[in-house]
Design a protein around this ligand. Structure first.
Ligand code: NAD
Length: 268
């Protein structure tokens, strides 16, 4: 007989999108450590293979951990990804986390329309499709509870003078759609929360900043703690939102930012 899973997510079937990247990988590792069965989804096969190897190495005695290639901007791919869990007993948790911030994203005058569309197709439509197919799956399997967590950003809450307009607008949309879904589905027991990370030490931002010290300083001066956040610090919050510990947390903009969005001036 298989050993009974233990942990804060024991018995839950979870999908993580963008699972090969910074937040997604740390979350997949923690989900597995906390006893969840995890389907890791990403658009990059190579990165996904590396990420799976890391999870298996760090959490050798885990439940089921599998990978699936999925471009979240394509509804058919998202449907296939969610239906992959039908044979596991259906989805309990989905972390709609895949997102991009394009190097050519800029201000109102200089953002190319194709970059706006690409950003919104992944960051907004991708989250919508994930939510839609999660609800369909939860209903199909007669589940009385489910947790959907969508990655937004602090830029959905505060404006930035270093513009990336398509990205900012896309994350505002994630907050708004998550809030509405939280209310629409509350009586079914399906919770929807947004995660709002501060600037992080992950490839998405760090590759973009490179070794441009002026660009870095422009941001660091606004951090009360004086540092970028770490992906693991986001993952810890996602575990809470995914678990039954957060059973009365619904529709919230869950901010994990070291106090950044509450700062007027920061310590010298
Ligand atoms: P990351 O670049 O390390 O990881 C993102 C992952 O998403 C990558 O593995 C990438 O291959 C994958 N991906 C990209 N397009 C995809 C698609 N169409 N379908 C499926 N997967 C796709 O970035 P991260 O920092 O871990 O970011 C994760 C989320 O957090 C994103 O939504 C991002 O906008 C958000 N966020 C990041 C920061 C930050 O500073 N890094 C701050 C706030 C919010």
């Amino acid at each position: 007989m298989a050993a009974e899973a233990r942990g804060r997510l024991a018995g839950k079937n979870a999908i993580v999108t963008g699972a090969a990247g910074g937040i997604g990988l740390e979350t997949s590792i923690l989900f597995a450590k906390e006893g969840a069965n995890v389907l890791m989804a990403d658009i990059s096969k190579e990165a996904l293979d590396r990420a799976l190897a890391k999870v298996k190495q760090l959490v050798p005695n885990t439940g089921r951990v599998e990978t699936i290639l999925c471009d979240v901007s394509k509804e058919a791919a998202v449907k296939t990804m969610v239906e992959h869990l039908d044979s596991w007993g259906g989805l309990d948790v989905i972390f709609n986390n895949a997102g991009i911030m394009h190097a050519r994203d800029d201000d109102a005058l200089n953002t190319p329309e194709e970059i706006w569309d690409l950003t919104h197709n992944i960051n907004v439509k991708g989250v919508w499709y994930g939510c839609k197919h999660a609800v369909l799956s939860l209903r199909r399997h007669g589940k009385r509870k489910g947790s959907i967590i969508n990655t937004a950003s602090v830029v959905a809450l505060v404006g930035s003078a270093t513009p990336q307009l398509a990205y900012t607008a896309s994350k505002g949309a994630v907050l708004a759609l998550t809030r509405e879904l939280a209310i629409v589905h509350a009586r079914e027991g399906y919770r929807f929360n947004s995660l709002c990370p501060a600037p992080l030490n992950t490839p998405l931002l760090q590759d973009w900043l490179g070794d441009d010290q002026a660009k870095r300083h422009r941001r660091e001066i606004h951090f009360p703690t004086g540092r970028f956040g770490e992906a693991i610090e986001q993952a810890q919050a996602v575990v809470f939102l995914a678990s039954d510990e957060s059973s009365f947390v619904n529709g919230t903009d869950f901010v994990v930012d070291g106090g950044m969005t509450k700062a007027y001036v920061t310590p010298e």
